[in-house]
Design a protein around this ligand. Structure first.
Ligand SMILES: [Zn+2]
Length: 300
């Protein structure tokens, strides 16, 4: 009888979906990377966006609807990061498993402490980041809580493999602990360094490693630079002693290069998502890449 039970279970005849792989759809490659670390061979993971895209402005392809229709889990960042493109896709996918508030729809920001939550909502300050800064995938302190949320979700939806997910979470956390020590040493030269960034993409990295962001190339989040803004930014940056100008790989280089040249700073191209540069293969590599690029630029 026991053998018959095992056979039926192996064939997926007793528990249905529990023995099929969980279909996981992530909005960003960073969340997909964490889902793969935790889910291993028990999950099939697809990221809707590529690491070279701007996560605020994703080209929503019709194929996304089909992918979302098949999903058991949807991992999104939240905090308005995907507000411009994800909600209509979720509605059109007609999949009750991933509708807002369904057990399979996970908003990672809900389990994290976000930076820059405005005390009062003023849309004149730009059109995004009203729920706090959503670029928390560049904050190493967020990796463990995100991995924990993902592991808990997988265990709840696929209890037969709960021990497997827990073991992967433990392994991930141990590897992360080592990396955190390594990054602390690597980033030591960045402490107190003044930088300008293109968009408010690097606040979590700066808060973790102690460099100071004193201005942006964008006049407001999501707004392209204007001559008035740049003309005011340059003397301020010069006076502050800005050493580095950080920009995302997907942006036009001309204005940030001009600002860097005008103030005698180095322009550093920094991936903001997994896959944003060839070396940024997972969440930990993304931090590695950024810190190495910044330190190298500072020392050259
Ligand atoms: Zn943003």
């Amino acid at each position: 009888m026991k053998n018959l039970f095992s056979l039926l279970a192996a064939l997926g005849l007793l528990t249905g979906v529990a023995h099929a792989k969980l279909n996981v759809v992530a909005t960003l490659p960073d969340f997909a990377s964490l889902a793969e670390d935790i889910g291993g061979d028990k999950v099939k993971v697809i990221s809707l966006t590529k690491g070279t895209e701007d996560p605020h402005f994703v080209d929503a392809k019709p194929s996304f609807i089909r992918v979302l229709n098949q999903a058991d889990v949807l991992l999104e960042g939240g905090a308005e990061l995907e507000l411009g493109w994800l909600p209509p896709l979720v509605q059109n996918a007609r999949n009750p498993r991933i509708l807002p508030n369904a057990p399979g729809h996970i908003v990672l920001a809900h389990g994290l402490k976000l930076l820059e939550i405005p005390t009062q909502l003023d849309r004149s300050q730009g059109d995004v980041h009203a729920a706090g800064n959503p670029h928390f995938n560049l904050g190493p302190a967020n990796f463990k809580p995100m991995a924990e949320i993902i592991a808990a979700t997988f265990a709840r939806l696929d209890p037969a493999n709960a021990a497997y997910y827990a073991a992967n979470l433990k392994r991930f956390s141990e590897r992360l602990t080592d990396k955190l020590i390594e990054w602390e040493k690597l980033a030591a030269p960045l402490r107190g360094v003044k930088v300008i960034t293109y968009h408010k993409s690097f606040e979590y990295l700066a808060a973790t490693y102690g460099f100071n962001i004193v201005g942006q190339i964008e006049p407001k989040p999501g707004i392209e630079p204007t001559a008035t803004h740049i003309n005011a930014l340059i003397p301020n940056a010069k006076a502050a002693g800005v050493k580095l100008v950080m920009m995302e790989p997907n942006r036009a280089r001309k204005t940030p290069q001009f600002v860097a040249d005008s103030i005698g700073a180095k322009l550093v191209i920094c991936p903001i998502l997994v896959g944003g540069s060839p070396e940024a293969k997972n969440c930990c590599d993304l931090i590695d890449c950024n810190l190495r690029a910044l330190v190298k630029a500072l020392q050259n």
